[in-house]
Design a protein. Structure first.
Length: 118
């Protein structure tokens, strides 16, 4: 297992900058859909680098996100407040479940489990 806690690398910075550039560069051609790039990249960073969420939780979040965006799109009512009203509780649930896990190794894990040598 890798070193516990928050992590950030040059590759992470490059990835975030690339996604920010893509979001900015495609904003006119994609309209409100462009924020899908930022939402996915931001959550990827949050789950992989900050809270270090297990893969199964990431996949659940991704499945809900795809279904959520697709449902709003196919209903002809695509809007970010509606999408976020469903997605934000899923994000919070994923993070809370991970933090409560005895295997938690994300940010502040040493404060959560001070008796271990993680």
């Amino acid at each position: 297992m890798s070193k516990p806690g928050f992590r950030f690398s040059i590759v992470d910075g490059f990835f975030l900058a690339l996604c920010a550039g893509a979001t900015w560069g495609l904003r006119e051609s994609m309209g409100p859909f462009v924020w899908i790039i930022a939402a996915a990249a931001g959550h990827f960073f949050l789950f992989c680098n900050v809270f270090r969420v297990r893969r199964s939780y990431e996949l659940i979040w991704t499945g809900v996100f795809l279904a959520n965006v697709a449902a709003w799109t196919f209903a002809g009512r695509f809007n970010w407040p509606g999408i976020l009203s469903i997605q934000l509780p899923v994000t919070v649930a994923v993070i809370v479940l991970e933090i409560r896990s005895p295997d938690y190794h994300g940010i502040l894990c040493k404060q959560r489990f001070p008796e271990t040598t993680r």
